[in-house]
Design a protein around this ligand. Structure first.
Ligand code: URA
Length: 210
């Protein structure tokens, strides 16, 4: 598994405003979109391309375009939805699927409550959007789900992560082709499962509701 932690003053600046509890939902949504676009630039470094012949006003030349089958972007509901615009802005030809994951309060295992994805993901590069990698439960389940459908590789984009969550995903994915692209690797999880220092509940801060 590869882990890439963003190291750029613009990203750290925007994350600092995002973390601030005084930042209102509208600004939080806007900043999330901007941050995802910046992280998506790094996350798509390995996107598959194919060569294409074109003609400029000056001459014939050869370039590349994003290969088919097209990459698929998968926000994890609910908070991952707040990341979708920022991602498709950078890669508008991607397909979009949805995964809703919820934790079963009896077994504590994450389960899928909603899913809108092609049955066959063979050969597909998948980009999962999940703002907070905390325990790794829902992201891990989403990654398993995509590989079970045949995904070729999975890149997860997270605004913040706890070391505990990164380690859990690392243990779970084994030698499968997984990349984590993180805005920040924070200090730890607290006893309530929140990332510290974190930004609180990402869904609530995005949408202002519970
Ligand atoms: N999910 C959140 O929204 N925030 C956290 O800190 C952890 C999980």
């Amino acid at each position: 598994m590869r882990v890439h932690v963003a190291d750029h003053p613009l990203i750290t600046h925007k994350l600092t405003v995002l973390r601030d509890e005084r930042t209102p939902s509208a600004v939080f949504r806007q900043l999330t979109e901007e941050l995802v676009t910046l992280l998506a630039y790094e996350a798509t470094r390995g996107v598959r391309v194919e060569e294409v012949d074109i003609r400029t006003p000056v001459t014939e030349t050869r370039g590349v375009r994003i290969a088919t089958p097209r990459p698929i972007v998968v926000p994890i509901l609910r908070a991952g939805l707040g990341m979708l615009e920022g991602m498709v802005k950078l890669i508008p030809t991607a397909e979009v699927g949805f995964l809703g994951m919820v934790r079963n309060e009896e077994t504590l295992e994450p389960s899928t409550y909603a899913e809108r994805l092609p049955d066959d993901l063979s050969d597909r590069q998948c980009f999962v959007l999940d703002p907070m990698l905390a325990t790794g439960g829902s992201l891990g389940a989403a990654i398993d789900f995509l590989f079970a459908r045949g995904a070729q590789d999975v890149t997860a984009i997270c605004l913040l992560a706890a070391p505990e969550g990164v380690e859990a995903i690392h243990q779970q994915v084994g030698d499968r082709d997984v990349t984590l692209v993180l805005g920040s690797l924070d200090e730890r999880l607290n006893e309530k499962g929140y990332i510290v220092p974190g930004l609180g509940d990402a869904g609530d801060r995005l949408y202002g509701t519970v």
